[in-house]
Design a protein around this ligand. Sequence first.
Ligand code: DLZ
Length: 207
Amino acid sequence: MADHTIKGLPAPPTKYDGSALRIGIVHARWNDVVIKSLVAGTVNKLKEQGVKEENIVIKSVPGSYELPFATQKLIAGGKAQSAKAEPSLIGATNLLGSLVDEVRSGTPAPETKGATREFDAVIAIGVLIKGSTMHFEYISEAVTHGLMRVQLDTGTPVVFGVLTALTDEQALVRAGIGSDPQQKGHNHGEDWGLAAVELAASVSEWG
Ligand code: DLZ
């Protein structure tokens, strides 16, 4: 990715360490081909940032309209599990895991932020493609507002991974699978993975 760009997401100011993060992905199944590519791009980028496969939880719902509710449930479930877990046990498990990593790799284990079962960020992924009725407009607006509400109400970052495309081709290009081999496009899932790690590893620590 270029360091400077007029349009799109530039490289982050620093490479964030995702190794202690737990990230949720909730995706719709409507417009399946595009969804699959976006989810794959997101997961690849999360792993590239150090997020461990076992700490990436993927759930699906039928359509984008279901994303806010499902995202809220996933976040609440993580918080409930975390509250139930014995704090001293979590600490001991994390410490042990870090020590094992340290011995295996020969390098000091990254500091964990007391990784609990709680999600550090959730990425909501959907693909809305305009049809001939007003459905697209209503769902797009409801989902956008719903996801914003979920993150502000829960205090857990929610990445807006919802494409609102006017044509099939617009959606394909934004998933990096455009039908023109010369213009396959950029997979926006990669940006969402980066955003999740940055929000979880950096912004969440501000308050
Ligand atoms: C009904 C519908 C339509 C017309 N289009 C889409 C779409 O382009 N993308 C999407 O994710 N979901 C679509 N849906 C389904 C709704 O999001 C939702 O699943 C149903 O209305 C049931 O609540």
